[in-house]
Design a protein around this ligand. Sequence first.
Ligand code: UDP
Length: 253
Amino acid sequence: MARRKKIYEGKAKTLYEGPEPGTLVQYFKDDATAFNAEKRDVIEGKGVLNNRLSEFFMTGLSQIGVPNHFLKRINMREQLIRAVEIIPLEVIVRNYAAGSMAKRLGLEEGVVLPRPIVEFSYKNDDLGDPLVPEEYIIAFGWASQQDLDDMVALALRVNDFLSGVMYGVGIKLIDFKIEIGRHYEGDFQRLIVADEISPDSCRLWDIETNEKLDKDVFRRDLGSLTDAYTEVATRLGVMPKNAAPMVKPTLIN
Ligand code: UDP
């Protein structure tokens, strides 16, 4: 059978043409990158976990009426999604100081913020995804004021949902990134959550111990990334406790 046509290959995912017009197949790779792809590795099983976790979060968002691209999971590594026009912005929501914000403002990581803060980075690897004020976004035509208002509203709803779900399994949602796309239905256009929601794009700390259960484990060499993601998936009931999706079957003589 001829392989589907590849539409786009990113660092952690590949997009293929979907079976129907307006759909795409999103394939989750095991590749992990950090610091603008300066650090890279292949983490066996990461793609399987992120496919499941993104399905779990997107399905939950649909159930509370937050529009997103997810249609259905196809297999261990692939899901069917709505094709959208990605807005070239990373929408970041922060509940606690960490990462680049902690550095920029000289804050200790883990300090609770006065309220959730939404910020935007311009998606451009050559420039290292620089933080941009809303005025730049409008002036350069990446999004309109109405789009921005809608994006902030979407991002805050995702934040409330994710924070609650995580809190329920003893995990603090420190911050996360989403991407938003324009979805066209006839003459109508609406903004929907796209890309993925997984521990690759969130900071997740155990409530009791502050143990990191997200991509910082890879960025900062803190241990096994699959163990961390499996812990998140197990707590959420996304993966049964004894499943070991990342382990290749070994041949026994
Ligand atoms: N993030 C992401 N992709 C990026 C940049 C950030 O998914 O290209 C996520 C990151 O995992 C964290 C949040 O966005 O959950 C905020 O990241 P930050 O700005 O602190 O950047 P970092 O410290 O990761 O460079």
